[in-house]
Design a protein around this ligand. Structure first.
Ligand code: PGA
Length: 255
């Protein structure tokens, strides 16, 4: 399975700043192989991603989507609007959206389905709020996944990406979860997903305070299919270092 390494900028970088970011980043990852890179800017800079990334092999996408196809939803953006901008990925269910916008698993399930039906890959974020015993954590995540994936059948399942993002490991002041613990969670989730959808291998990537120092050990951990980076990727050089470290840890890299 190819390694997925991506970033969501969250609510950072204007379109002008995005232009500078891409100018700096794209040459830094020229020649990287064995991974799929993606960038999720805010809605206002997706067009900038398209300008810079079309033809590079680096994918782009969005951080949210409305579940309906169109209609009277002021301020919202539909899956077909994103697909039309060339988005391949849509992040769904990030803990900040669950907290700030009271997103429920039911709503998240509808967003996942909308993304898939528009031909994109939903990146479904799940994670426990506080650290706890492994079995409890995994049970909670499986419960959430069961609800959030409820509208997808096996034919669509291979489009889904799961991002395991322990909430306690996200954001300023936090540090990444220990790689061995991340691996245990990923492998447990992968086993259960394989039971649910035999023959489908859903990639599970890790997010939460990934930086250039932690990327190698996290990416090398069995069960970790990639990395999802927040604040450290706002510096394009650091994101490039993370990408190289991640892919080198898994494949030996190539330049
Ligand atoms: P962080 O964000 O890397 O800034 O912790 C990660 C995320 O929320 O996906």
């Amino acid at each position: 399975m190819t390694t997925l390494i991506g970033t969501s900028w969250k609510m950072n970088l204007t379109s002008t700043e995005a232009d500078a970011w891409f100018r700096s980043f794209v040459p830094l990852v020229a020649g990287i192989a064995g991974c799929e890179l993606f960038v999720l800017p805010p809605f206002t800079a997706i067009w900038v991603a398209r300008v810079h990334l079309a033809g590079t092999g680096i994918a782009w996408g969005a951080q949210d989507v409305h579940p309906d196809e169109e209609g009277a939803h002021t301020g919202d953006v539909s899956a077909s609007m994103l697909a039309d901008l060339g988005c391949s990925f849509v992040e769904v269910g990030h803990s900040e959206r669950r907290r700030e916008h009271r997103e429920t698993p039911d709503l998240i399930a509808a967003k996942v389905a909308a993304a898939v039906h528009a031909g994109m890959r939903p990146i479904l974020c799940v994670g426990e709020r506080t650290p706890g015993p492994l079995d409890d954590v995994v049970a909670g995540l499986l419960d959430d996944l069961g609800q959030s994936l409820a509208r997808l059948g096996p034919p669509d399942a291979d489009r889904v990406v799961i991002a395991y993002e322990p909430v306690w490991a996200i954001g300023e002041g936090a540090t990444a979860a220990p790689p061995d613990r991340v691996g245990q969670v990923h492998r447990a989730l992968a086993d259960r997903l394989a039971d649910r959808w035999p023959g489908v291998r859903v990639p599970i990537i890790y997010g939460g305070s990934v930086d250039a120092g932690s990327a190698s050990a996290l990416a090398a951990e069995p069960g970790v299919d990639g990395l999802f980076v927040g604040r450290r990727a706002l510096d394009p050089s650091e994101f490039a270092r993370i990408a190289w470290a991640g892919v080198t840890a898994r494949t030996g890299g190539a330049r």
